[in-house]
Every structure is written in structure tokens, then in C-alpha cells.
Design a protein around this ligand. Structure first.
Ligand code: GLN
Length: 248
């Protein structure tokens, strides 16, 4: 079930997050250590989003396994950034294999990722989708549960919700409409990162001036802390808040 990570802090190379750690996203694409809910590898695509200085984020996404991309290692070696959201994908059975289905999903400053599955898709979400502007449904990037979750989160952000509230409200609504869903969501604007833990693992590693959130620790550093299920985390490079999620 997909693996994702987010980093905020002093500029680092993408390689130092994706390729260099012994259990980085590259390794997690073929040998994840903590898969749950089906799937064994994350070979159905990947995506990396990062913030070049003060500008909106840039994305690089592909429908192929991360290990088979011959361009990414060079790109990652020379790209240095202080904010990253990246993911490797294990497509849920029946969902399309296309690069537009690989996280991060994006709009403006925002990058978003979903690790999990919506039970009863798509019927279970029809009532929630009906609350979205028709235009949002017609312009959905790809017909997957993750893309619709992004449309629901984005709708709340556009209405002015704080990132943590946008995730918490979406998890509450979706878990009520589709009980048993796995809804680990990750959202950043390059300064703040919000993450829900609902059905999958998430670990955090902090230093005084950085924060890393990842589906699984990418090395054996004793600083990694597992976030309990049912929590929402909102972090900046320098601080962290956590609260209970409402999960049906
Ligand atoms: N259900 C989503 C998809 O198919 C996410 C899958 C996952 O977390 N493995 O893209």
C-alpha cells in the first residue's frame, strides 16, 4: 500500500531522501518493511514534488517503478530543496496505471498524497462527491480514490480551512461514508505539513530545525517515532502538534 514521505527543513538533495538511506523510497519500492492491507511492492509509479526557493512546487511523476527510471538519480543528485513530498505507488486492484495516478497531487502551493484505500469505491463516495462542484468532478485528474480524496481536501482548502482541519474533516467524512477505509493522508504547502494516520503506519523524525514524516523509517536512526493510529499531526520545520482524529 503506497509509501510516502515529507520533509521540511534546511535544504537537502532529493537523493538524500530517496536514494541514499538504506530503506529510502527507492528500497521501499521493491522491499518495503511494513506493508499492510495487501500488496507486496510499490512498483506502479512514483512521484516527487519539491519547492524551488519561494516558488510553487515542481513535480516529477512516472507510471513505472522508481528503480527503472534512469533520469531520476541524476535529477535527484542536483536538486536541493527545503521541502519535499514524495511517494511510491502500489495501485489498488482495478485502479488505472498512469502517471497522473501517482502522488503527489497538486494545486498552487499544495502537494497531497494518500496511502490507503477507500472501501466500496466508487459507490461509497457518491454522496460526498455530490457535494463538490461539478467542475471538480469533470476535471478529476484520474478516476482513483486518491484523486477524489484530493478533490475533497482541496475543496476545504479553497474554502479557507487550515491544512490539519482539511485532512481531519475529510477523514471523518470518508470514514463515515466508507467504514474500514485506510486514510493516511499527507499534505504540505512547503512550510507546514499535515498527516493523518488512519489504517497505516507513519513515523516521524525531528531535529531542532527539520521534520521528516514517512510511512516507514528510512534508516535505523533511534530518533524515529511511530505515530499511533487515529492521530493527526501538523508540523513545521521547528514544531509539531498532534491531535485525535475522528475515524468512524
Ligand atoms: N488506492 C490508491 C491508488 O490505487 C492508493 C494505493 C495505496 O496506498 N497503495 O492509487
Amino acid at each position: 500500500m503506497c509509501r510516502h514521505l515529507a520533509y521540511l527543513g534546511p535544504p537537502v538533495s532529493l537523493s538524500s531522501l530517496l536514494f541514499d538511506p538504506p530503506y529510502g523510497l527507492l528500497r521501499q519500492s521493491w522491499a518495503p518493511r511494513d506493508m499492510r492491507g495487501g500488496g507486496t511492492i510499490n512498483a506502479d509509479g512514483f512521484g516527487v514534488g519539491w519547492y524551488p526557493g519561494d516558488g510553487d512546487p515542481v513535480r516529477y511523476r512516472r507510471a513505472q517503478p522508481m528503480w527503472s527510471d534512469t533520469t531520476l538519480p541524476d535529477l535527484a543528485a542536483v536538486t536541493v530543496t527545503g521541502a519535499v513530498l514524495a511517494a511510491v505507488r502500489s495501485a489498488t486492484v482495478g485502479m488505472p496505471l498512469h502517471e497522473t495516478a501517482a502522488a503527489p497531487f497538486a494545486e498552487g502551493r499544495w502537494l497531497f498524497s494518500h496511502n490507503g484505500v477507500v472501501r466500496g469505491w466508487p459507490d461509497s463516495l457518491v454522496p460526498l462527491a455530490a457535494g463538490l462542484p461539478v467542475r471538480d468532478l469533470l476535471t478529476l485528474e484520474v478516476p482513483t480514490d486518491s484523486a477524489l480524496l484530493w478533490a475533497l481536501v482541496r475543496h476545504r482548502l479553497r474554502a479557507g480551512a487550515a491544512p490539519g482541519d482539511a485532512l481531519a474533516e475529510t477523514v471523518a467524512a470518508v470514514s463515515a461514508a466508507a467504514p474500514g477505509s485506510r486514510l493516511n493522508l499527507l499534505l504540505t504547502d512547503g512550510a507546514t505539513v499535515a498527516a493523518s494516520v488512519a489504517g497505516h503506519a507513519l513515523s516521524i523524525r525531528r531535529t531542532p530545525d527539520s521534520v521528516l514524516l514517512a510511512s516507514e523509517p528510512f534508516d535505523d536512526d533511534p530518533g524515529w517515532r511511530a505515530v499511533p493510529d487515529g492521530r493527526l499531526v501538523v508540523a513545521t520545520a521547528g514544531g509539531l502538534d498532534s491531535r485525535e482524529l475522528t475515524v468512524a
